[in-house]
Design a protein around this ligand. Sequence first.
Ligand code: NDP
Length: 249
Amino acid sequence: MTNLKDKKILVTGGSRGIGAAIVKHLAQCGAKVAFTYTSRPDAAESVIQSLANPEQHLCLAMDVTKAESVEQGYQKVLEFFGGALDGLVNNAGITKDQLFLRMKEQDFDDVLNVNLKGTFLLCKQATKTMMKQKMGSIVNITSVIGQTGNPGQANYAASKAAVEAMSKSLALEFGSRQIRINCVAPGFIETEMTHILTAEQKEKILDKVPLGRMAYANEVASAVAFLLSSDASYITGHTLNVNGGLFLG
Ligand code: NDP
């Protein structure tokens, strides 16, 4: 198990799916975790109660698309962590799929706002703290779709490709302060986001996955833990693919 003992880590969208798996895994690795939710306080509470020492962790409401909500939430996290932050995981993400000619402007804006602007707003807060500390690690969750594109996901693909490009720029800007910025790009993972796919869509995808199955969320979580840890101390500006060999053609 990766060693993250007493590391203070903030995870966005930790109430369910991949985010919840990341929160649980980081806590098992010894980290103190703060995580956010928007619409499901009950789900967030059940994640925190599932952790070994719930009082060492924090869940809080934060809408990553709103600068004010991010600033206020981030201050609470800093207070809880005594002013320090070792790691940030930008996991909160949404899809609003539609073929391009039918895609509404609102669907484009919503996806870009959560996936890209949310990552931008959180990175702004976290890098201020990490600059003072002269250390820190940020992991942004992107997607295989940001590398390959996918019919019906122009908004989502654009948002994830943009996060990868932004992450490389941040890696260049913050390297001299020993702040590392990397991405984890999952393939298809069993979560609510993929439950909406039809059996036929799933079968088509699995045909292209050399490992022949969808991933479990904890397989993404262990890649995130690695990049946050000192085991990855010389890795920055990198995207780690957790996709079973899937590259949609
Ligand atoms: P889920 O839909 O299961 O969970 C999404 C999480 O994001 C929830 O915790 C949700 O909070 C939170 N969230 C949504 N909108 C906001 C917002 N405006 N502000 C703050 N939090 C928000 O998603 P997954 O676990 O499937 O995906 C997690 C990440 O992994 C995403 O970035 C996704 O793009 C990426 N990914 C997923 C893949 C998959 O196969 N599932 C494949 C590749 C990448 P709440 O519960 O309160 O609504």
